[in-house]
Design a protein around this ligand. Structure first.
Ligand code: GLC
Ligand code: GLC
Length: 812
């Protein structure tokens, strides 16, 4: 069953039934100022950091689900309704929500009146603009009462939820004309406030929640609206809100726009006040003036659309399959931008107070984003590397507002450092900018111990070399990529976090075969980088370690039919046929086949076949099999999840692309594609009632074959799945891959594909690529024609001449 449809021309998903199986959300803003918005206008807003600078309040896991947001209420006679159906839930005559590229528009119709609310954050603006268009389609003149509504958060989203003995006394607002200002804590330690304005005179307002809603009412039935009259309340403590009240009369056929601006301002210490205790509103007024007419708002939206036209023009495909084209050209790239912005911090599954930017996560996010805005990727690489320690280890997460490593989480995840090599190499291959390697980058944000980014890569590489276990394989530390394989935790205290508790590291023999594969892949990248920068001696040194790792994996990491997963604290195998549960895991098989370890001896093909046989199911490839059915204290969190969910045999979509890529390394285009298609959301739209999360973005996890409800997805939006799937399809299946010296065209597709076309902008030129497949091959190049001339290689050179070049590749 579907709840809407894709409008590819406008790059929108159009939801036509507000009762989606889960709130289907979108993100507004892509630099400093952000909002999450659901298809019924639920959600919240923050500046840079969803934990430390939350502007509007949101209660997760609420009843009903997704209550609270940026609401408009319309009172037409005694009838009260909202364009997004919620919160009033008055049955609408029609409803439509369009989620587009960083904007959302929600339109409802009731008794001859339509209300359409467009929400977006204009480029380079610290504000969300809302254009509310009210139209009278009836034959009678309509006298309507309109109420806006949002609820302020007292800035720190975490203490906002906890410290009520203080919070209920601190709230402060100012009201001037049609603008409501939220200034809690501005007089002491904050230099910022927020505001909510409308470009029309108001006939009243409310700023105190209890006065507006009533203590015993809900968002669906605020007392003021039922009574039809604002209270002009001024919040003192309790819960400050912002609600404008506007009376509007519309003749038949008449329509009016109201423009609301929800903004954020920072003032310098000596410029904070107009007069004593009256805030300096200059910047707020400037922002409001920028968007005070329909024409200005429409032009800001047009700019945003142009911005996305440009971003999405870098990689686009024409395959003849709409589902593939829309996910590659629009939604997957869009999701990559969102994960770049938020890492794993703020979604409808990530509370925004739990996690900051992840070291491994953000590096991986770059591989799906770097082609969009390389300069921002560059800045991000430096920010991430700045949280590294001199020995190559690193904070697992950092906070975006201050860019400092997060002490509560700490470090010790031994895969983390290697991802910095991936991020950096991807950036250089995209841009050719080797200078980034010379940037001076601090350790733990201490500039006095800064070293070049290249040196950071060296310590990343050496962090593995210096932390090897008894089999010459990398020690796992707290965990590797799989956060839940906690081999040194031994926790039996339910109040301990598996993530941050490490009880038994000393003398541990726990090693990770996954990190071994990762090390071989990125170790080779490191070696190549050394050679390209003239560090041949270092290249030689590093290569020896890579070779040794390959040997160790062959010797101690091979189980006969597949690669084992790890050795536990005691030095016993995990992910081996010897185990009763968890005999085989996806991660080590993905990384070791991507690394091509034992390819000549046939190990890769065997491992991939074992994955197919034991891990593949209707909904994708599960993480491990058989699922754990009891708690193994020596394995940790992985065995705490019920079978089929999350890291315990869920289809963890992030790692499926590793097998897809492994299959392309083995030349098996049919299988790579089959795996791709299985978890790709645009192909799952028809089963939305089962899949549950948005059909336009990937979810982190789909319940696996052992689950109570196989096929049900969770944790949509913020997941490495986004970038890895884009990487797999764009660079390995379609095979258009940036290399240091040019753009490689090396597809690995299903044999029955006739071909496809890709346009790729790369280092200042446009490559119009046509791949044809007359002989029904999956892989292999018969002929390459560049600008009409036969070419000896499928590595297309860097032209950098701002021109379009035509590339035809014949498979065979
Ligand atoms: C989550 C984390 C990621 C981790 C993965 C597997 O998605 O954000 O860092 O690698 O789970 O446990
Ligand atoms: C849990 C999740 C994992 C996530 C981690 C982050 O262990 O299973 O996916 O990465 O928490 O703290």
């Amino acid at each position: 069953m579907k709840f809407g449809f894709f409008d590819d021309k406008n790059r929108e998903y159009v939801i036509t039934n507000p009762r989606t199986p889960w709130p289907w959300i979108n993100y507004l803003g892509n630099e400093d100022f952000f909002s999450l918005i659901s298809n019924t206008a639920g959600g919240y807003t923050f500046y840079k950091d969803a934990k430390f600078r939350r502007i509007t309040r949101y209660r997760y896991n609420n009843v009903p689900m997704d209550s609270g947001g940026k609401y408009f209420y319309i009172k037409d006679g005694d009838n009260i309704w909202s364009p997004g159906w919620k919160p009033c839930k008055t049955e609408l005559d029609s409803y439509e929500c369009r989620h587009g590229m960083n904007y959302t528009s929600i339109k409802g119709e009731k008794n001859g009146v339509t209300a359409e609310a467009l929400y977006f954050v204009p480029l380079k603006t610290w504000a969300e603009v809302q254009k509310l268009t009210i139209s009278n389609n009836s034959k009678d003149t309509k006298k309507l009462k309109i109420f806006s509504f949002l609820e302020w958060c007292l800035w720190n989203a975490s203490s906002d939820m906890e410290n009520f003995q203080r919070n209920f006394s601190t709230g402060e607002v100012e009201i001037e004309g049609s603008v409501i200002y939220h200034k809690t804590e501005y007089k002491e330690r904050r230099d910022h406030f927020a505001f909510y304005s409308v470009n029309a005179p108001v006939q009243g307002y409310d700023t105190d929640r209890e006065s507006f809603i009533g203590l015993y009412n809900g968002f669906d039935e605020p007392r003021v609206i039922v009574e039809g009259k604002p209270k002009n309340s001024v919040a003192h403590g309790w819960s400050p809100i912002a609600s404008h009240y506007i009376e509007v009369e519309l003749k038949p056929g008449e329509s009016k726009d109201f423009i609301f601006v929800l903004g954020y301002v920072e003032n310098k210490e000596d410029d904070k006040w107009e007069t004593k205790n009256i805030i300096n509103k200059k910047k707020a007024k400037e922002t409001i003036a920028k968007f005070d007419t329909t024409a200005k708002v429409d032009s800001a939206l047009a700019d945003l659309r142009k911005y996305w036209d440009n971003l999405l023009s870098v990689y686009s495909i024409k395959s003849g399959d709409d589902k593939l084209d829309r996910i590659v050209n629009i939604w997957n790239q869009y999701q990559c931008m969102i994960t770049f912005c938020f890492s794993r911090s703020a979604s409808f599954f990530e509370s925004g107070i739990g996690r900051g930017m992840g070291f491994r996560d953000s590096n991986q996010d770059l591989i799906g984003f770097v082609h969009q805005i390389p300069e921002r990727a560059r800045e991000r690489i430096i920010d991430i590397a700045s949280t590294q320690f001199p020995d190559g280890g690193c904070y697992h997460q950092y906070q975006p507002l201050n860019k400092r490593g997060n002490n509560d989480i700490g470090g010790g995840f031994n895969d983390d450092p290697l991802w910095l090599i991936l991020g950096t190499v991807s950036y250089i291959k995209e841009t050719g900018d080797f200078n980034i390697l010379d940037e001076m980058v601090p350790f733990d944000n201490d500039m006095s111990v800064a070293r070049s980014l290249f040196d950071h890569l060296t310590v990343s590489f050496d962090h593995v070399v210096n932390n090897l276990g008894p089999h010459g394989l990398p020690l796992i530390g707290r965990a590797d990529w799989n956060d839940c394989l906690n081999l040194n935790c031994f926790s039996n205290d339910p109040n301990e976090s598996f993530q941050t508790t490490e009880n038994k590291t000393k003398g541990s023999k726990a090693e990770s075969v996954m990190i071994a594969g990762l090390f071989v892949v990125y170790g080779r990248d490191y070696v190549e980088l050394c050679m390209r920068t003239g560090k041949n001696k270092e290249a030689g040194r590093a290569q020896k370690y890579v070779n040794a790792m390959v040997d160790s994996v062959k010797k101690y990491g091979w189980d006969g039919e597949w690669f084992i997963r790890a050795y536990d604290y005691y030095g016993r195998k995990i992910g081996s046929n010897e185990n009763e549960e968890g005999k085989i895991f996806i991660e080590s098989n993905g990384w070791c086949t991507m690394a091509g370890i034992g390819k000549e001896e046939g190990l890769c093909v065997k491992a991939l076949d074992a994955v197919k046989e034991r891990l593949d199911c209707e909904h994708g490839i599960v993480l491990n099999n058989p699922a754990f059915t009891s708690y193994y204290i020596e394995y940790g969190e992985i065995s705490s999840y019920p079978p089929g969910y999350k890291e315990n045999a869920g289809v963890f979509c992030h790692n499926n692309p590793w097998i897809m890529i492994g299959e392309t390394v083995a030349g098996n285009g049919n299988r790579a594609w089959e795996y791709y298609r299985k978890i790709c959301p645009s192909y799952l739209e028809e089963i939305s009632e089962l899949h549950k999360t948005e059909p336009y973005v990937y979810a982190q996890m789909v319940a696996g074959k052992d689950a109570f409800k196989p096929g049900e997805a969770k944790n949509s939006w913020l997941t490495g799945t986004a970038s890895w799937n884009f990487y797999a399809i764009s660079q390995f299946i379609l095979g258009i891959r940036p290399e240091y010296d040019g753009l490689l065209v090396d597809p690995c597709i299903p044999g029955d594909w006739k071909g496809f076309k890709v346009t790729r902008k790369f280092r200042g030129a446009t490559y119009s690529i046509e791949v044809v497949n007359p002989d029904g091959k999956s892989r292999g190049i018969k002929e390459v024609i560049v600008d009409g001339k036969l070419s000896a290689s499928n590595l297309i050179p860097v032209f950098g001449d701002r021109k379009e070049h035509f590339v035809k590749v014949v498979l065979g």
